[in-house]
Design a protein around this ligand. Sequence first.
Ligand code: F6R
Length: 611
Amino acid sequence: MCGIVGFTGTKEAAPILLSGLTKLEYRGYDSAGIAVIDSGTINMVKSPGKIVNLYNKTHNGSDLHGFTGIGHTRWATHGVPNEINAHPHMSEHGNIAIVHNGIIENYMELKEFLISQGVTFVSETDTEVVVQLLEYYYIQLKDLRDAIFKVLQVIEGAYALVILCKDYPDSFVVARKDAPLLLGFGDGCNFVASDATAIIEYTREVAYMEDGEVAFITKDNIDVYDSFGQPIEKEHHIIDWDISAAEKGGYAHFMFKEIMEQPEAIRKTMSPRIRDNRIVFDDLKIDKAFMEKVDRIYIVACGSSYHVGMVGKYNMERLLRVPVDPVLASEFRYSDPLVTENTLIIVISQSGETLDTMAALREAKKRGAHITSIVNVVGSSIARESDDVLYTWAGPEIAVATTKAYSTQLTLLNMLGLYFADMLHTVEESEYNKIVEEMQWLPEKIESILQNTDQIKYLASRYFNHNSIFFIGRNLDYALGMEGSLKLKEISYIHSEAYASGELKHGTISLIEKGTLVVALGTYGPLFDKAMSNVVEVRARGADVMAITTVSHADEMQKNVDFAVAVPDTHLILQPSLGIVPLQLFAYYVALQRGCDIDKPRNLAKSVTVE
Ligand code: F6R
């Protein structure tokens, strides 16, 4: 969601900004723009639609000259995605241009004030208020730094801001509150970006901005100040993933590449945490004394990460015999949650920047809960604010629809559940050993599914024209169906819903008619027979049924459905890790047949930093 990049150095800024914005495309956007300072004038080019429009408008950046500039991809919130509303926004007298990620909550009140002072607005955005206010104070105070600190005291909401001022042609200023921003230290040049993908081509040395911090950036220096204006030293980090991880590497889409990377991603996530067939979390602060007191676990997340939490509920309750509630972060934060110091909160987030999840985390922390997070992006806000962070080592995930991050989150959550169960002796030793052994076979078993995609491809070509698809399953298969359905709808734009099979007859079955496609999930052994009765019910009403099941149940399933896709058997708590793979592939191939923009589905963003 909204991507930011800024550069100052001794090279032309525009091509660097355009290339950085292209790397940030995956975050989701609907307009883009850049601004560069040339001989004391800020020149701006903006466009609705894709970044290619900016390349075309500027002859690949060659029309804009100057060594300092800022760029932005906008995911519209206030005002439609047109050229005027696109960032950067320029102040009325052309002194200042800014790009902004986040939402200024008191913008109406500030806008009214500025209008009363004679300021004219051109856009519908909340961002323009910031740039006009900054110019207003700059003219009054005659000091950019004072004006910036003044504005930051007045604006409310979330922001990552990058500010260019025509009077300082060799520098820019950045400020952060509740929106991601990192500083990049180059050789004779410096950067700012929403995430490392934008700048890794130029530097791996970064520092993560914290809330309230402001940085003044020239090609040789980055001076950072806290919210009181006191200088601070930032810890430098080295990005250790390879640039190829953020490139397609011969695949048609990032999503397909990332589906294919799942075995390796799971290996990387799992193997450092299994020693002599025992799960170890060296870095976890939670001990047995704490776990013995825990009387409730909340798993807080959004979207696919929440679906991981749904699997976690079934598995952790089974292993720990403690109530486990997966809760949508956007609901949790406003629900006056029942959190005490005996509550364990597990926060799951690929990006580590999802605003709803972040806010839920803070709410739980305020109430005294211990926060353990499962995060993919190292150094992200959620990682930094948690008491414990467990990283999934999935590498950068670029496709908006998550696949490898989901799979590694699932692996890690299962490992955590098993680790706690071992600690509390709520799992039999033989069961523990069996699960750990089966876990280590997951990568190979997923590889075997990925080597045989023809059947799924065929099914996608058969069903891609449907306009409504239902996923049904019980227990872990219900959780799996939720994720399968989300994958399909987000990238193929087919309406789809997931139901607990037993719930169909309480209303939804009225939607089933001749030819409706039902994806029946029958990988959860203990309730296979029950799931079959529900399959029979929908078939009796004319549904086409495509099933995902296990090799051991494939023959039985095949008797009652049109098509059965079989995944290898594993321990039942791990079965969703295999069941998800054909569902991801099905969504991918359906979207491909429909000609959808698979990696960047409409209206969606990779990192959702607004409420
Ligand atoms: C769906 C998807 C989203 C995310 C959700 C949470 O494919 O990717 O539903 O799972 O926006 O994002 P994170 O995990 O970054 O907090």
